[in-house]
Design a binder for this molecule. Structure first.
Ligand code: ADP
Length: 606
């Protein structure tokens, strides 16, 4: 995006309040125009006074009073317009800054996994905060400065030619010089500044990455390493930033010098013109005033270009994120899906994350409402991928997924996801109270409903023991709770959501026997009457399932009941035998069919 495109977009962000913006713009033009009347009036005063000697005092007084009257009117007009502008423009900028933040936030949250996978949240935060701050600054300076500068350039400069064309030409020469010098510096530093901006983003990403993984950093004693990485990036950033700053400092020096030379030129040329009888003292005084005003404006414009230049990459990032279209979105005329019975069908589904390596190949499966399906197979075989497709984290490249016979791409995303509950293995929590975290499942759940769900999920007891019960604040990502506690909370959350279809990612880590039994009981309650897919790691779960589906390298290789599969003596039997032979025991690697072994159970780690 180039300069004008970005500037245009910045102003268009005010779209919803365009009439207020137009009103403010007009008020501002008035303020600017009135400002430029002052040097003219000043020149008149000088002329009136210098010609006073030979005139009757009454005439001189009449002229003086007229000028005074106009001056007072101009002053009052200017004050009123300024009050309007500063009252409304500032509020408008503040309001729209927050509105832009809300738009960005909502948009980013709606973007699919594919987008978030490739982005760091720290970077997304930086883009948002910097973006809205830059918008805010630009809106304010648009109303406060840019319009006045435009008036100066397009009204005052041509007018100055009428007052005295020779002096006017001097001013025009100065403006042209300003423009060329600015363009030259931008051309010289553009690429360097982009690189600096990339380093800024990298810095935000690195810092965010380290902060969200603070446990990893500390437990692996990576503190000094991470700090060094950050310092290195800072060093690289400054190495490209300093030259850019030097160039802009040079620009500021030469434009300053040019301005001073122009003022001196006006003085010299003015004296010469006056001596030749071609300009009055008042005209020259007006001109000096004009020149100072215009030069002030030009310097402001120049610093605006400089600022804009430094902000452009950040604004471009901001707009790029806003423009990223979700690949997963409602198609035109998508209908809401009512509460389903829970029949699920995968019909020759093919999917690849990168378009090259298939993650799921020709996957077909029919599941009757209310049944439990255990998905088994080695890591990377495609179990999670099939589930991610079911709740449309991604769309398959070919084939279809149907729920109650309806293609999931034909219904609204929200209504589809309302029908599906997911209990992740890594049960993340918001940095809010337990009650708030449970209400994620059902926004308007009453306290009684919360307690009921927590009881069923065997979570009520431990919640009651917490210092503030349901109002206890959960640490960031739920870190103040143990793994078993988080699991039970997320089961309670799913119970509140009450979806007809359920996706469970069974925990691979062993819990102590008591917690394990609690979770199994809670899960039984949760699964009752729902179509359930379990990414299964425990033999007991697989034994209880109505259907076992075996994945290998993205393909379904076997399916049937546990007994059928065992009797068949195929891939599934091999899996179970590997497990029972204990090949993986003692290696620290957990087999994918993982029955917690008595005596091996670990206490719940906090
Ligand atoms: P499973 O759940 O059986 O362990 P997955 O469905 O997670 O297997 O993975 C299937 C394949 O897709 C693997 O090769 C894995 O590396 C790849 N994969 C999984 N998630 C992603 C992702 N977000 N981006 C790219 N590739 C992925």
């Amino acid at each position: 995006m180039d300069f004008l495109a970005i500037y245009g977009r910045v102003l268009r962000q005010l779209g919803p309040e365009r009439w207020l913006a137009v009103g403010l713009a007009i008020a501002n033009v008035v303020v600017a125009a009135l400002q430029f009347l002052e040097p003219v009036l000043f020149g008149r005063v000088v002329d009136t006074l210098s010609s006073a000697a030979g005139r009757p005092p009454a005439d001189v007084w009449r002229d003086a009073m007229r000028i005074l009257g106009i001056w007072i009117a101009v002053g009052i007009g200017g004050i009123v317009a300024s009050i309007v502008v500063s009252l409304y423009a500032d509020r408008m900028a503040h309001r729209n800054r927050l509105a832009a933040m809300a738009r960005y936030f909502e948009h980013v949250l709606s973007l699919p996994f594919a987008f978030h996978n490739a982005q760091h949240s720290g970077r997304l935060m930086k883009i948002m905060l910097q973006g809205v701050d830059n918008l805010f600054g630009l809106w304010l300076s648009f109303f406060r400065e840019h319009l006045a500068t435009a008036v100066a350039l397009f009204v005052m400069l041509p007018l100055s030619l009428f007052i005295n064309w020779r002096l006017g030409l001097l001013l025009i020469a100065l403006i042209v010089f300003f423009a060329i010098a600015n363009a030259w510096i931008v051309a010289r530093t553009d690429a360097m500044q982009r690189r600096a901006e990339d380093y800024h983003s990298q810095l935000a990403g690195q810092a965010g990455d380290a902060l969200t993984n603070v446990q990893l950093v500390q437990s692996f004693v990576r503190l000094s390493h991470e700090a060094r990485l950050l310092r290195e990036t800072i060093r690289d950033l400054l190495a490209v930033q300093y030259p850019v700053l030097n160039w802009w400092a040079l620009l500021s020096v030469i434009t300053h010098a040019a301005a001073t030379i122009t003022v001196l030129g006006i003085f010299v040329l003015g004296t010469w013109l006056h001596l030749a009888g071609e300009a009055s003292v008042g005209e020259i005084v007006s001109f000096m005033g004009f020149a100072t005003l215009l030069i002030g404006r030009m310097e402001q414009a120049s610093s605006f270009f400089a600022r804009m230049f430094f902000q452009m990459p950040a604004l471009a990032d901001f707009f790029n994120v806003l423009e990223t279209e979700s690949t997963i979105r409602d198609k035109l005329g998508a209908q809401p899906l009512g509460r389903v019975k829970g029949a699920v069908e995968f019909d020759h589904v093919n999917f690849s994350y990168d378009g090259r390596r298939p993650a799921l190949q020709d996957f077909s499966l029919k599941v009757a409402p209310g049944s439990t399906v255990a998905l088994v197979g080695p890591t990377g075989a495609g179990k999670s991928t099939s589930m991610a497709l079911l709740h449309r984290m991604w769309d398959p490249q070919s084939g279809a997924i149907r729920v109650d016979g309806v293609d999931i791409r034909d219904v609204t995303l929200e209504s589809l996801r309302r029908n599906i509950g997911v209990v992740f293995q890594d049960n993340t929590m918001f940095y809010r109270t337990i009650a708030d975290n449970l209400r994620v499942g059902k926004q308007d759940a009453t306290d009684a409903e919360l307690v009921e769900a927590a009881r069923l999920a065997e979570a009520h007891e431990f919640i009651e023991r917490l210092p503030d019960g349901y109002n206890t604040q959960v640490g960031e990502r739920g870190v103040t709770l143990s793994g078993g506690e988080r699991q039970r909370l997320s089961i309670a959350r799913a119970l509140l959501k009450d979806p007809p279809i359920l996706i469970l990612d069974e925990a691979t880590s062993a819990l102590d026997a008591v917690t394990e039994a609690r979770i199994q009981r809670a899960l039984k309650v949760l699964m009752a009457g729902r179509t359930t897919f379990v990414i299964a790691h425990r033999l007991s779960t697989i034994r209880d399932a109505n259907l076992v589906v075996v994945f290998e390298r993205g393909r379904l290789v076997e399916s049937g009941s546990y007994d059928e599969l065992l009797a068949r003596g195929g891939a599934f039997t091999a899996l179970v035998q590997t497990q029972q032979a204990g090949l993986l025991q003692g290696t620290g690697i957990r087999p994918y069919l993982d029955t917690p072994v008595a005596g091996e159970a670990l206490p719940e780690a906090r």
